[in-house]
Design a protein around this ligand. Structure first.
Ligand code: CAA
Length: 283
C-alpha cells in the first residue's frame, strides 16, 4: 500500500527526529504528544536542525519551509486515524507503550502498520496488546536520528512479511540503512551497546578512571565518535537503566545487572543532557 501520511507518537528527541526524516522524505507527518508544549519543543528542534542545513547550504529556505509545512501537530491520539503507518516513540515505559498500542489498535484502520521505536521491550509483548499482531514491528532509530544511518527493524514472532517489507522500504525511503533483528531482549544494538556503557559506569563506580579518562580511552583507543559516558548522557540515563533492566529481566543473567551508580544517578534526577546533569554538566 502507498504510504502518504506518517504518524509519530511522541515529540521527544527520538520522535521529533523521526518526524523530521519522514517529512524530509516527502511524507505528510502527524506528530502527536500529550501536551502542546512538548510538540512545540519538538518542532522547534526540527526547525533548528533544518536551519543548520540551510546555513550549510545543504537545503534552501523554501525546502525548509516545505518540510515544516508537512508536519501537523496533534495532542489527540485519535488524530492518528488518518495515518497510513504509525511509529510510536514515547518514553521507554512498558505500561505506557502497551496502553498507547491498545489505543492505536482501536483508532487506526485495520490495514495500518503500527511500529514501535522501543529500544528493548519485546515486540511480541506489544503485539499481544493488540488485535493485529502481524502488523506490529520494531522500527528502532538511533540518536541523533537525522544523522545516524541505521534503522534496526525488529521482527516479532507474528510479524508478517508484508509488514516487514513495508517497514524495510520505508526505512530506505528515509535515507537509512536497515538491519534486521529478531525479537530477543535488547535486539542487536542495545544488547551490545548497553553492557559496554554499563561497564564504563562500573569503571567509574570502582574508581578505575575518571569520566574523562574512561571516555578518552574509548574515543582515542577504539575510535568511537564519543565516549560511553558522554553517549549515556546523550541517550538519557533513565533510558540506559531501563534497557539494562530489560536485559537483566529478560535473560536472568547477572552479567546484565545495572551498575548501582547508574541507578543512583537516575534516582537523583541526573538523567544526562536533557536535565543538564549526567556524568557531565551541561549548560
Ligand atoms: N541533531 C541533528 N544533527 C546533529 C545533531 C543532532 N542532535 N548532533 C550533531 N548533528 C550533526 C551536525 O550538525 C553535523 O552535521 P554536518 O555533517 O552536516 O556538519 C554532524 O551531525 C556532525 O556533528 P558535529 O560535527 O557537531 O559532532 P560530531 O562529529 O562529534 O558528531 C555525533 C556528533 C553524530 C553525535 C557523533 O558524536 C556520534 O556519532 N556519536 C555516537 C552516537 C551514537 O552512538 N548514537 C547511538 C546511540 S544508541 C541509540 O540511539 C539507540 C538506543 O536505543 C539507546
Amino acid at each position: 500500500m502507498t504510504i502518504k501520511t506518517f504518524g509519530v507518537v511522541g515529540a521527544g528527541q527520538m520522535g521529533n527526529g523521526i518526524a523530521q526524516v519522514a517529512a524530509m522524505s516527502g511524507l505528510d507527518v502527524i506528530m502527536n504528544d500529550i501536551k502542546t508544549e512538548f510538540i512545540e519543543k519538538g518542532i522547534a528542534n526540527i526547525a533548528k536542525n533544518l536551519s543548520r542545513n540551510v546555513e550549510k547550504e545543504k537545503m534552501s529556505e523554501e525546502e525548509k519551509e516545505s518540510v515544516l509545512s508537512r508536519i501537523t501537530a496533534s495532542v489527540e491520539l485519535a488524530d492518528m486515524k488518518t495515518s497510513d503507518f504509525v511509529v510510536e516513540a514515547a518514553t521507554e515505559n512498558e505500561v505506557l507503550k502497551l496502553k498507547i498500542f491498545q489505543n492505536l489498535d482501536e483508532i487506526c484502520p485495520a490495514h495500518v502498520i503500527l511500529a514501535t521505536n522501543t529500544s528493548s521491550i519485546p515486540i511480541g509483548r506489544i503485539a499481544g496488546a493488540t488485535k493485529r499482531p502481524e502488523m506490529i514491528i520494531g522500527m528502532h532509530f538511533m540518536n541523533p536520528v537525522p544523522v545516524m544511518k541505521l534503522v534496526e527493524v525488529i521482527k516479532g514472532l507474528a510479524t508478517s512479511e508484508d509488514t516487514f517489507n513495508t517497514t524495510w522500504e520505508l526505512s530506505t525511503k528515509f535515507g537509512k540503512t536497515p538491519a534486521v533483528a529478531n525479537d530477543f531482549p535488547g535486539f542487536i544494538a542495545n544488547r551490545i551497546l548497553m553492557p559496554m556503557i554499563n561497564e564504563a559506569i562500573f569503571c567509574l563506580y570502582q574508581s578505575v578512571g575518571t569520566c574523562e579518562d574512561i571516555d578518552t580511552v574509548m574515543k582515542l583507543g577504539m575510535n568511537h565518535p564519543m565516549g560511553p559516558l558522554a553517549l549515556a548522557d546523550l541517550i538519557g540515563l533513565d533510558t540506559c537503566l531501563s534497557i539494562m533492566e530489560t536485559l537483566y529481566d529478560g535473560f536472568k543473567d547477572s552479567k546484565y545487572r545495572p551498575c548501582p551508580l547508574l541507578r543512583k544517578y537516575v534516582e537523583t534526577g541526573w538523567l544526562g543532557r536533557k536535565t543538564g546533569r549526567g556524568f557531565y554538566q551541561y549548560d
